[in-house]
Design a binder for this molecule. Structure first.
Ligand SMILES: [Zn+2]
Length: 239
């Protein structure tokens, strides 16, 4: 087994902060998780041990290989769905961070097989729409969890080149080119879902077109640090 160098301390702290931000922003509750690719090895990633995201401290962050094996768990429990992260990092070299959640407003879209589409400029990253992961097609009747490498690989295939994939009857997974970007996208995926439901109830929705989605996404990438600064301040020191 290849043991990578120790990850950057600031990256570990940032991942603890990301966990708490996602809780405070209503993306995760007792469940859901966020990971970041290891800064010293593209074949490893950082993810908390099995615990509620709002409680994650620096010392709760573990190193995993892409098969989902923890290198340093020391007998602690790990997330059942860690395979989501490893298989997406394996399939998508551009992805540096992954958020998996059951954020509530997104659930109806998976259940009705309706894609999320960018309803306003903050969600240009949804320009390609969301794809759908149908676990029943892959594995029949299950507990809905992505609890193996095979299921993780099938989820990564469903995600394709997109920013987000809906998981029918379960939740969603959002990716980014940085931890800050993945957290931003997870927060605004939930916002988009709320707004899209409201707009659909009112009438025929005019979504951002491909050109608008690409341009707003490019502009908003430069604005992510503003949101991160506020959200980090709100959660305070992570211990
Ligand atoms: Zn889940």
């Amino acid at each position: 087994m290849v043991i990578p160098a120790v990850p950057d301390t600031l990256l570990v702290e940032k991942l603890a902060v990301a966990n708490r931000i996602l809780y405070r922003q209503g993306v995760v509750d007792s469940f859901g998780h966020v990971s970041v690719r290891h800064d010293k090895s593209p074949h490893h990633f950082l993810l908390a041990r099995n615990m509620a995201p709002a409680l994650v401290r620096r010392q709760d962050i573990l190193v995993f290989d892409l098969d989902g094996t923890a290198l340093d768990a020391g007998g602690q429990r790990v997330y059942l769905e860690r395979f989501i992260h490893g298989e997406i990092y394996r399939a998508r070299p551009d992805v540096q961070a992954v958020v998996h959640s059951h954020s509530p407003s997104v659930i109806p879209f998976g259940a009705t097989r309706q894609p999320l589409r960018p309803i306003f400029h903050m969600c240009g990253f949804l320009g390609e729409g969301t794809s759908l992961f149908e676990i029943r097609d892959v594995a029949g009747d299950t507990d809905m969890l992505v609890s193996s490498n095979a299921l993780g690989a099938a989820l990564a295939a469903a995600l394709g080149s997109r920013s987000a994939v809906l998981m029918r009857g379960h939740g969603s997974t959002v990716v980014g080119a940085s931890l800050e970007q993945a957290v931003y996208r997870a927060v605004y995926t939930e916002v988009n879902a709320k707004l899209q439901m409201q707009a659909v109830a009112l009438g025929d929705v005019m979504y951002l077109n491909a050109g608008e989605a690409a341009k707003t996404a490019a502009t908003n990438e430069t604005q992510v640090p503003r949101a991160w600064e506020l959200w980090q301040r709100e959660v305070g020191p992570v211990g």
